[in-house]
Design a protein around this ligand. Sequence first.
Ligand SMILES: [Zn+2]
Ligand SMILES: [Zn+2]
Length: 95
Amino acid sequence: MSEANSMDCRVVRLRCWWFGHEQHPQDSAPPDEATCMHCGEYVPYSAMVGDTRHHRAIDFLHRFWWHIFGRWLPHKCPACGERGKCKPDCDGIPF
Ligand SMILES: [Zn+2]
Ligand SMILES: [Zn+2]
Protein backbone atom coordinates (compact mmCIF):
# COMPACT_ATOMS: atom_id res chain seq x y z
CA MET A 1 0.00 0.00 0.00
CA SER A 2 2.70 2.47 0.98
CA GLU A 3 4.66 1.26 -2.01
CA ALA A 4 1.81 2.24 -4.31
CA ASN A 5 1.44 5.61 -2.59
CA SER A 6 5.06 6.54 -2.98
CA MET A 7 4.82 5.43 -6.59
CA ASP A 8 1.78 7.66 -7.12
CA CYS A 9 3.66 10.52 -5.54
CA ARG A 10 6.55 10.05 -7.90
CA VAL A 11 4.26 9.93 -10.92
CA VAL A 12 2.57 13.16 -9.81
CA ARG A 13 5.91 14.85 -9.27
CA LEU A 14 7.10 13.68 -12.65
CA ARG A 15 3.91 14.99 -14.19
CA CYS A 16 4.44 18.40 -12.59
CA TRP A 17 8.09 18.39 -13.56
CA TRP A 18 7.23 17.72 -17.16
CA PHE A 19 3.97 19.58 -17.75
CA GLY A 20 4.36 22.25 -15.07
CA HIS A 21 2.18 22.76 -12.03
CA GLU A 22 -1.50 23.51 -12.40
CA GLN A 23 -3.76 25.61 -10.27
CA HIS A 24 -7.18 24.21 -9.57
CA PRO A 25 -9.59 25.76 -12.11
CA GLN A 26 -11.99 26.73 -9.31
CA ASP A 27 -9.38 28.97 -7.73
CA SER A 28 -9.77 32.66 -8.37
CA ALA A 29 -7.74 34.86 -10.68
CA PRO A 30 -4.01 34.16 -10.97
CA PRO A 31 -2.22 35.11 -7.76
CA ASP A 32 1.54 35.40 -7.56
CA GLU A 33 1.66 32.03 -5.90
CA ALA A 34 -0.82 29.19 -5.70
CA THR A 35 -1.19 25.61 -4.61
CA CYS A 36 -0.74 23.01 -7.32
CA MET A 37 -3.77 20.75 -7.61
CA HIS A 38 -1.58 17.79 -8.55
CA CYS A 39 1.27 17.71 -6.09
CA GLY A 40 -0.11 20.20 -3.53
CA GLU A 41 3.06 22.26 -3.55
CA TYR A 42 2.95 26.01 -3.15
CA VAL A 43 4.61 27.35 -6.27
CA PRO A 44 5.03 30.67 -8.07
CA TYR A 45 2.49 31.21 -10.80
CA SER A 46 5.22 31.22 -13.43
CA ALA A 47 5.90 27.57 -12.62
CA MET A 48 2.38 26.62 -13.69
CA VAL A 49 2.11 27.96 -17.17
CA GLY A 50 4.21 28.72 -20.17
CA ASP A 51 7.71 27.44 -20.45
CA THR A 52 7.33 23.86 -19.26
CA ARG A 53 9.61 21.06 -20.33
CA HIS A 54 6.69 19.61 -22.22
CA HIS A 55 6.32 22.76 -24.30
CA ARG A 56 10.03 22.98 -24.91
CA ALA A 57 10.15 19.35 -26.00
CA ILE A 58 7.23 19.76 -28.40
CA ASP A 59 8.77 22.95 -29.73
CA PHE A 60 12.07 21.19 -30.24
CA LEU A 61 10.44 18.20 -31.98
CA HIS A 62 8.50 20.56 -34.20
CA ARG A 63 11.62 22.40 -35.28
CA PHE A 64 13.52 19.16 -35.67
CA TRP A 65 10.73 17.71 -37.81
CA TRP A 66 10.64 20.70 -40.13
CA HIS A 67 14.40 20.82 -40.31
CA ILE A 68 14.43 17.23 -41.54
CA PHE A 69 11.26 16.97 -43.61
CA GLY A 70 10.16 20.54 -44.28
CA ARG A 71 12.51 21.09 -47.16
CA TRP A 72 11.15 18.17 -49.13
CA LEU A 73 7.50 19.03 -48.74
CA PRO A 74 5.96 21.06 -51.55
CA HIS A 75 5.20 24.63 -50.66
CA LYS A 76 1.88 24.97 -48.87
CA CYS A 77 -0.55 27.40 -50.50
CA PRO A 78 -1.52 30.14 -48.01
CA ALA A 79 -4.98 30.40 -49.57
CA CYS A 80 -6.33 26.86 -49.79
CA GLY A 81 -3.79 25.05 -47.63
CA GLU A 82 -3.07 22.41 -50.24
CA ARG A 83 0.50 21.31 -50.83
CA GLY A 84 1.87 21.19 -54.34
CA LYS A 85 -1.29 21.51 -56.36
CA CYS A 86 -4.00 24.03 -55.47
CA LYS A 87 -7.65 23.21 -55.14
CA PRO A 88 -9.53 23.87 -58.40
CA ASP A 89 -11.36 26.90 -57.01
CA CYS A 90 -8.27 28.47 -55.40
CA ASP A 91 -7.15 31.85 -56.73
CA GLY A 92 -4.07 31.98 -54.51
CA ILE A 93 -5.29 34.91 -52.44
CA PRO A 94 -5.43 34.08 -48.72
CA PHE A 95 -8.63 36.03 -47.92
ZN1 LIG B 1 2.53 20.32 -9.01
ZN1 LIG C 1 -4.13 27.42 -53.32
